[in-house]
Design a protein around this ligand. Sequence first.
Ligand code: HGY
Ligand code: MN
Ligand code: MN
Length: 415
Amino acid sequence: MNSASNLRTNGERLWQSLMEMAKIGPGIAGGNNRQTLTDEDGQGRALFQKWCEAEGLAMGLDTMGNMFARREGTDPEALPVMVGSHLDTQPTGGKYDGVLGVLGGLEIIRTLNELNIKTKHPIVVVNWTNEEGTRFAPAMLASGVFAGVHTQDWAYAQEDSQGKKFGDELERIGYKGDEPVGTRKMHAFFELHIEQGPILEAEGKDIGVVTHGQGLSWVQFTLTGKDSHTGSTPMPMRKNAGLGMARILELVDEIAWSHAPNAVGAAGHIDVFPNSRNVIPGKVVFTVDFRSPDIAVIEDMEAKLAKGAKTICDLMGLGLEMEKVGGFDPVEFDETCVSAVRNAAESLGYSHQNLISGAGHDACWVNRSAPTAMVMCPCVDGLSHNEAEEISKEWAAAGTDVLFHAVVTTAEIVE
Ligand code: HGY
Ligand code: MN
Ligand code: MN
């Protein structure tokens, strides 16, 4: 990009919008609890739409609740460059996970409008529904349906812990659109996201040029033993599903360490029944999250765990059910789009390095629909999925500047 190559977005305006959005669905410790398809998610969507309409964008809404805010280009035939992320949060989430990518996209529009810059390709800012997968599994549900990975019917039938269905909740908050999901085509997609890991901060780099995303496996385990009295049931007579889970979780940790340093494993979702202080748990349900940049490693970890869990449960006389409830293969992003990110960081003079994303993102699925790349900025202590998640105003601005240049270069400025 020539004359616009020294352009910068407005970091202060972006920061104000981040803080404004953070007021919706506040957490209990300074972060956010704006879970997907809750009233708070609806309020966050409404604020985003209000800001987009104030910039003259045409709003689109598809049957999975994905929101598309379109700025016209000069060539009506040209496919849009899309840019975005997600506004839903974890129950104890931070203010920036996902939100930075959506509002960074909006900041691009605000800057282009302010400077009256035109682009050949339209630019569309996207809010993908249910990226987190915490209320309705799996993660990246709506971008997955958009990319043809899941069917819409299957997604609509997904239930939360109260038995509420995704499709019903989407209707209830008023964001079930008419546009058939996946019909909207694009020229390219870019996503700005906080790293959610410690590498960029530790290396002193402002920008992560994301070349790959690691793969993910979510397997839900249901162990059944027998509820009984914690006081009067002799040890040899117990069928303790909670103990079975503890042994399996030890094995999860051992398997992940056996593939150090790039594999990880843990269980974040654990339900114990009846969860009473003086009842041996007769049933536990938990989800094991394995990740690695290497699909063979993920498959080996899954196989080792299935085998080991069966041995543990057979020995303890526990019932065992395993169900794959989420997953995607490691992702390689588009070289042209990745170069646009790297060139933007270089021309703006921001320090940068290549990075493999540890977390999953909507870009991982959208990459199946169109050339895709990601920009990352550091976060304090690499902490995320924690209300104490923090970034600096400078990191947010640097990431958005790089996003701006990658998007606008790809959308082609019209002099
Ligand atoms: O699970 C993930 O990696 C993402 O934060 N949803
Ligand atoms: Mn995210
Ligand atoms: Mn997240």
